[in-house]
Structures are given as C-alpha cells and as structure tokens.
Design a protein around this ligand. Structure first.
Ligand SMILES: [Zn+2]
Length: 662
C-alpha cells in the first residue's frame, strides 16, 4: 500500500504514528516504510500542489487546458521536481493507494491528480483526519473510506475556472495595453481576485472622499457623596455650536442635575465559541496586528507539528468525542498553562461542557489544541497564535463573565435628559483564561429618584468623526467570507496576490489601492462589468458547492464556464482599442485629452473622477458644517481642509477650492 501525504512534515508524522518507521531517501526526498495492521505501507509525500492547468495555445480566447507538473512550466515550482520523480518511481504497480492529504478540496485534488498520473484511481482509498496526533492518525488508517472523488472534482473544477478567468482576461488586458502603448505590462484579472479588487476600490473611494460632519459633544461631570461621574445628552444633540454653548452656560448656572431614573443589573456574558479560521484571523489581527495570511501560515505550521487540529475550518463546534479532560491534562504539562488548567478543572468540577457557535463545517471541527507539547521552542508569533488557541479552548468551558451595569437619567433645569452609566466586573469568568478583552470600569454611585447631583464641570467639544469605511486585509477577508467568495483556504492568499501584483499596498494595517489597481478596476468596470460584480463569481461558487454534493458534474460546470468566458472575450475583443486607451491613460502611459488640475489623472468633468467624487461630498455637507459651527462657507471649507479625519481627496479638493477663491 502506498500512502500519499500532502507535505513532507505530514508524511513524517504519519510514519511515526503508525509504527516503527524506516526512513530512506531517494534523491534527497524522504520515503518511509512502516508495518501497520499487518501490512507494509510506503509513505511518500508531495509538497503541496504537484499539477496545475496550463496550455500551449496562444491567442484569445483560450479554453484548451491540460494538467501538467507545475515544475515543468512555473519557475517558482522547480523545487517540486525531486518529489515528482520519487512519486513517479514509487507509485506505479502498488496494490492500494491511500490519499492522506489534508481533508479539504485542495488536499483531495492534490492526491487525486497524483494517483491519476502515477497510480490507479480504482484502487484508491481515503484517510480522513483533523489533526496529526498519533491517536487520530491510527484511527484514520484503521477506518479508511472510499476516495472522495466529489471533493477532488470540485477542487479540479475550481482550479480550472480560476485558470480560465485568469488567463483569458489577463491576456486581454495585456494585449489591449500593448496595442495602445507598444510596451508590455504585466496585468492580471481573476475570478475571485477582480471582484475583491472592486470592493477594495469602493472602500478606497469611500474613505478618501470622506467629508466628516462635526458633532457637538456635550459632557457634564457630576458628583454625589464624593464620587464623580460623567453624563452625556440622552437621545438629543445640540444643532449648533451656539446652542451647545448656551446649554453649557445654563447647566453651570444651576449647578446641579436631578435624578430621574436609576437602575442597575447584572449581565452575564457567555464565552466566545472555539475558533474557526476567520475568527482566529480576526483575533490575531486585532491583538497582534498579524495579516490573515500570516496567521493562516502559522496555524498550518502548528497543525503540521501536531499542536493544533486542522485550521482551515468554518466550524465553531468541538468534536463531541474529543477527550476534553485528556487534552487539558496534557496541556497542564506546559508550565505556562498548568495553573490555568487546575483553575479550570476546579471551577468546573471536571464537568466540561463547551460553549459552541452556530457555524458548522462538514469536513472539520473547530480549531483546538491537541495537548501535545512543542518539541522545540516556538518563535514569537507561533507562540502567540498557539497560546491564543489554547486559551480560547479553555475559555469555552469556563463560567460566564459577570458585569454589574448601572444606568441613570438626570435632568437639567430645562428638563433635558442626560445619561450616566457605570460598570463593574463582578466575576471575570472566562476572561481569566482568555484575557484579550478590555473591561473598562466606570463608577456610578447608587442614586435615588429626585436626588441631586452637583455639577463639577460642563463643556462642549467639537468632534470630527473618522470615516467608518475600513480597508485592510482583514476587512477584505471578512467581506469575501460574508459574500461567499473563495474558500477558507484561499481567501487570504487571494488578498496577498492583489498585493504582490501591485494592485494594493499596505501602510501599517491599512491598505491602499495603487494607481495600477485603480486602472485595472476602472477598465474592467467600464468594459466588462460582469467580471467586477460579485454575482457572477458567486453563481459559480454555488455550482462548485453542488459538485461537492454530487449534484452537478465537473464537466457541466467547466463547459459552461468555457462557453461563458469565450463569449465575453469575443465581445470585449471588439472594443479592445477603447479598453487599451482607457487603461493606458489611467496607468499614466499616454496623456489623456484633459487632466485633473489637482492630480493629473484623466479628467471626467473639471476634475478626475476621484476628486469629482470628493467635490460632490463637499457640496453635500458644507452648508451643514457651516451652520453647525457658525462659520461662513469658506471658513467651513478651511476647517474641513485641515482635519485629519477628512479623506485625502476631500482635503485636496477643499484646498483647491480655497485657492480658486483667492
Ligand atoms: Zn484628481
């Protein structure tokens, strides 16, 4: 029997789990021999994908594709060749083939393609596991299932669809550019990539054209029995600065407010569910500033070291047959967790019932620590992610966090309601194990209705709110997930591709769209709106799901995609000169007929589209800002031009208008 693992490290884990393994090397690549359950197993490994679609056909449209070894046509896959040669030597003639790649579409595809090339699919079986611990691997190899052909077919179809989109529309863009400019420029479009770029552009436009409308934030500091607390308008807001200042005078003159209501209650907050990949990526970004892709890479390393279960999962549920106590006891062997484990076992009395979330995944449970101790010290971020997963796992068994919240309404002399609130932690509960939550405490004394609170101070502050539009790798990942674009394994990688291709760049945690990214988006949005929209991609994503369920065939989906792509390519080839011209102007390769006086981009009216957008925002909001702050229009313009929270283009446009006024 020949076992195919996805990566060398997994092969080594499998070999060690199944028995006394003998290691030998062929061309430097490890191959393991091990006797398990009365049979001799040969364990070989790939190094990720070994085959991929490619073509020898030039021109457009291209629909003829062949799966070839990646090393034969991709320079960055040269390292695969020795693995390929070992597979070619060891696989032919085996009695049984066991697919032991990660149990998901990609893993299933990797093994399927290898067995198809060198073995016999009719003699293939599947080993399914969610962690690389010895116990789970032995169980998986004792209970082999049939080869998961539907998963593999969905994976193959996904790869072929991505390839069809990528090659056809990238070629179309590059040809259009070359025809206009006479030079080559590497450009690309992708099935999931392009709608994601479009979303990034929408957010980029929203953020940079943003004009904040200030609010007048009133605040009063009050005191009862020596305890000071803060109150703010409850459900009302002064319309203008003058009105706000009058209220402050008024409140100060009276010197106190009167309690109209008071209530306090305990709130009990349950632990968050165990991690799925997205939740882990969100928390790692929030706490450590790690990109989703980096977090995924680290989690996959931890999985290959058998420290955690398989991270590419959507599930927020733990396996019901997992020995929770066994895992905790094993974790207690690591010094930094031993005290926490005894606290948890004491607090639960050993009755371990996890809190779980609503999300499920047919292939894998939520991410949990296996209990194994790292063999070597982990580096800083591996340590951090590992600890995050361990602590989250502990937290799901812990008691709720209990907070006492108090809330009071007080009235000023004109009867306007002001709200004061306080909060105090009564029991830390699960935050003892998962302390990455900020629990701000605020005092509020117990108040009787009618009781006076003395005024300490009152003030008004002009607050310019920041734009609520987020553009970061994490924000895009969350958007992709909520729109069902891509898979949990591929989303973070697609975002990295946008960065690598120079369509996005990052400044700290924030992402920006580059001129090239904008040029590609604009060109495609004008010429081929289908490619930019989410609907087309999502429609095919659903069809890929149906292949997994065995309700659609790979052939049907891929043929439909080929037809669709060819039709689109033919349609857009007719206007290739328009596409090329637009692309060249936006990419700055040819001079547009009219340019924006602010930035030099092609102008649509007086300004470029981006500054026009900012101008429209300014025009919509300027009167309101002027009235609220009691300013003239030009004073309001100056105020907006100098605010940090104003979007870049809105600031530039405001400065441009001010220059014109002079
Ligand atoms: Zn401009």
């Amino acid at each position: 029997m020949t076992v195919i693992a996805e990566k060398p490290k997994a092969a080594s884990r499998i070999a060690q789990a199944l028995g006394q393994a003998t290691l030998c090397r062929i061309g430097g690549i490890p191959v393991y021999y091990v006797r398990f359950n009365g049979q001799l197993l040969v364990i070989v490994s790939s190094a990720g994908h070994m085959f991929g679609p490619t073509t020898a056909v030039e021109g457009l449209p291209v629909t003829e594709l062949k799966w070839e070894p990646l090393w034969s046509f991709e320079r960055r896959s040269k390292h695969l060749r020795p693995y390929y040669e070992v597979l070619a030597k060891t696989l032919p003639g085996a009695l049984t083939y066991i697919s032991a790649c990660d149990y998901d579409l990609e893993g299933s595809t990797i093994c399927y393609k290898i067995i198809e090339a060198f073995g016999d699919l009719k003699r293939a079986r599947r080993a399914k596991f969610s962690s690389l611990t010895a116990g789970e691997l032995r169980r998986a190899f004792m209970n082999l299932g049939p080869l998961d052909v539907n998963n593999a077919m969905a994976g193959v179809a996904r790869a072929e669809l991505d390839w069809l989109w990528g090659i056809n529309f990238s070629r179309l863009l590059m040809r259009a550019y070359r025809m206009t400019v006479g030079k080559r420029l590497s450009l690309s479009a992708g099935r999931v990539q392009t709608p994601t770029l479009a979303e990034a552009v929408r957010r980029w436009m929203g953020r940079n054209s943003y004009v904040p409308v200030p609010s007048l934030s009133l605040s009063a500091e009050l005191e009862v029995d020596g305890v000071k607390f803060r109150a703010r308008p409850d459900g009302w807001e002064p319309k203008t600065r003058a009105e706000a200042q009058a209220i402050v005078r008024d409140v100060k003159e009276r010197g106190y407010m009167v309690t109209a209501s008071y209530k306090s209650e305990e709130e009990s907050i349950r632990p968050p569910p165990p991690f799925n990949l997205t939740d882990l990526q969100e928390e790692a970004a929030r706490i450590y500033g790690l990109s989703p892709y980096r977090t995924q890479e680290i989690a996959e390393d931890l999985y290959l070291s058998a420290l955690i279960s398989y991270p590419r999962t959507e599930s927020q549920r733990l396996p019901s047959d997992l020995d929770y106590k066994g895992v905790l006891t094993a974790l207690a062997r690591q010094r930094e967790f031993s005290a926490l484990v005894s606290d948890l076992l004491r607090e639960t009395g050993g009755v371990l019932r996890p809190v779980e979330g609503p999300k499920r995944d047919p292939a894998h449970p939520a991410i949990y620590p296996t209990g194994e101790t790292p063999r070597e010290p982990l580096d800083k971020y591996h340590r951090a992610i590992y600890e995050l997963i361990v602590r989250r796992f502990m937290a799901v068994f812990a008691r709720p966090l209990v907070i006492a919240r108090a809330e009071a309404t007080l009235r000023d002399s004109a009867g306007r309601p002001w709200r004061a609130s306080g909060q105090r932690v009564i029991r830390r509960g699960w935050t003892h194990y998962y302390p990455y939550v900020s629990l701000e405490e605020a005092q509020l004394p117990q108040l009787r209705i009618g009781q006076r609170a003395d005024l300490v101070s009152a003030s008004v502050r002009v607050v310019w709110p920041a734009s609520g539009v987020r553009l970061s790798r994490l924000a895009l990942l969350e958007w992709m997930e909520s729109n069902d674009l891509g898979t949990k394994g591929t989303r973070a990688r697609i975002i990295e591709t946008l960065l690598r291709r120079g369509f996005l760049e990052t400044k700290g945690r924030r992402a920006e769209v580059t001129e090239l990214g904008y040029a590609v988006y604009k060109t495609l949005a004008a010429a081929a709106p289908e490619l930019v929209s989410v609907e087309l991609t999502r429609d095919f994503e659903r069809k890929l799901e149906l292949i997994v369920d065995g309700k659609l065939s790979r052939d049907a989906v891929v043929s439909e995609a080929k037809q669709y792509v060819s039709d689109l390519v033919r349609k857009y080839s007719q206007q290739i000169d328009v596409i090329g011209r637009r692309l060249a102007e936006l990419a700055g390769a040819v001079r547009p007929a009219r340019t924006c006086p602010i930035c030099g981009r092609p102008a649509s009216g007086e300004l470029c589209e981006l500054h026009e957008l900012a101008l429209k925002e300014l025009n919509e909001k300027l009167d309101m800002i002027a009235e609220r702050l009691g300013l003239s229009r030009s004073e309001a313009l100056r105020a907006v031009a100098n605010r940090r929270s104003t979007g870049v283009w809105a600031r530039e446009t405001a400065q441009y208008l001010l220059r014109k006024l002079k």
